[in-house]
Design a protein around this ligand. Structure first.
Ligand SMILES: [Zn+2]
Length: 399
């Protein structure tokens, strides 16, 4: 067990087998046993107490945005499990009573469940797996020769300094392209390259819009490695431009933010940032607001808000991904960028910023999916404390 968000479950063997092979589990565990640290910093399972300590106006703002519900789950482990529990969690008492916090964004109806056992497990250093190492260096895929092995769009290709566009061969939408990175290794990116990928995608979107003026709604995404649904390992991002209205989730966010403004007179995104900043979960750099989100879609989700697709925002995207990769050991991630349409539309997009979302999709060598029935149909089960994430982001951004 080397990964923080690996599922917590005892080995799937009958008790008789445990006795026959008592060393098997011990052998697998190479890290020293760790006891949860005493509370020395704010943490997610004490969110309700942290909010209660805020000044009244900040509490009121938080309450407009979020609902927090805390409960304790109890269990009684049999004697035969004690050794395993002590090895994994430090003590049997640590699991007998577990504090669980359910956070709901009342504006967007996104929800997250945090369990102190998961949130408090210490961060463990993790070596890059051989499977990932091999994939990162195994060149010879179609994206290594994009001009020979990928189609182009009707308006041709857009060339960046470090990338070139291709037309997606099996499209999500009428305009669906790729930014194929010159660099094969999907995790070898620097600040200049990340900015180039975003710029190239945006120039491609403008070409699509010129080709079809009704195609107005631009969406950018970057799926890194197979856990994040990338079918080709070679570094690439994707972009679409859609017609009629924006994609359902983006339109839902626009409507939610609009209803919020109509209901309480303030901008949803401004209040969202302020509520996070009040708790120490947000900071600003060069006009870009950085948030370790309280209702993340999955692990370590980070939101970036900016007034435009500015150089500072692209730099912030790089710093976020570099923080994921270099400080938190993330190898597989999704990035999405949402923004108002490329041209005037019927809907009211006023006050809607450029929103970048980045999320860790878990260990590429862990065969267990990170999204199950809970995430699809109920609320997101999260194993990383946003207070830990913001600490890492601050160090990376302000370094
Ligand atoms: Zn390649």
């Amino acid at each position: 067990m080397s990964r923080k968000d690996r599922p917590i479950a005892p080995p799937e063997v009958a008790p008789s087998e445990i006795q026959e092979r008592p060393l098997r589990y011990v052998e697998k565990r190479r890290e020293p046993l760790r006891v949860p640290l005493p509370l020395i910093a704010p943490d997610i399972v004490h969110l309700a107490e942290l909010v209660a300590a805020l000044p009244a106006p900040a509490q009121e703002r938080f309450g407009r945005l979020f609902h927090v519900s805390t409960c304790i789950g109890y269990l009684n482990p049999p004697e035969t499990m004690h050794q395993w529990i002590e090895g994994y969690f430090g003590s049997v008492d640590a699991v007998r009573e577990q504090r669980i916090v359910k956070v709901t964004n009342m504006v967007t109806m996104e929800g997250a469940l945090f369990n102190e056992l998961r949130a408090r497990r210490p961060m463990e250093a993790k070596a890059v797996s051989d499977a990932v190492k091999e994939a990162r260096t195994r060149i010879g895929d179609p994206f290594c020769w994009p001009e020979k092995a990928t189609p182009e769009d009707v308006f041709g290709r857009v060339r960046g300094q470090h990338s070139i566009t291709a037309s997606n061969i099996a499209k999500y939408d009428g305009f669906h392209g790729l930014v194929v990175f010159n660099e094969h290794d999907p995790l070898a990116f620097d600040a200049e390259e990340v900015a180039d990928y975003v710029d190239t995608a945006y120039r491609w979107a403008q070409k699509a819009h010129e080709t079809d003026p009704e195609a107005k709604y631009f969406f950018f995404m970057w799926n890194c490695l197979w856990k994040a649904a990338a079918s080709i390992l070679h570094g690439h991002a994707q972009m679409t431009v859609t017609r009629g209205m924006h994609y359902a989730k983006v339109e839902a966010l626009r409507r939610a933010a609009l209803a919020y403004r109509q209901g309480c007179g303030s901008n949803y995104f401004d209040d969202l940032y302020a509520a996070h900043a009040d708790l120490g979960l947000g900071f600003e750099r060069d006009g870009v607001r950085v948030i370790a989100y309280l209702t993340p879609v999955k692990e370590r989700e980070t939101l970036l808000l900016a007034d435009s697709l500015s150089p500072a925002l692209k730099r912030a995207l790089y710093d976020t991904l570099a923080c994921f990769r270099d400080r938190m050991g993330v190898e597989s991630f999704n990035v999405a960028m949402l923004m108002p349409p490329l041209a005037e539309t019927e809907e009211d997009w006023s006050g809607f910023p450029v929103v970048v979302r980045a999320v860790d999709r878990g260990d590429p060598v862990n065969r267990t999916g990170d999204i199950g029935g809970m995430e699809l149909y109920a609320a997101n089960v999260i194993g990383t404390d946003p207070f830990f994430v913001i600490g890492q982001l601050k160090e990376a951004f302000l370094a």
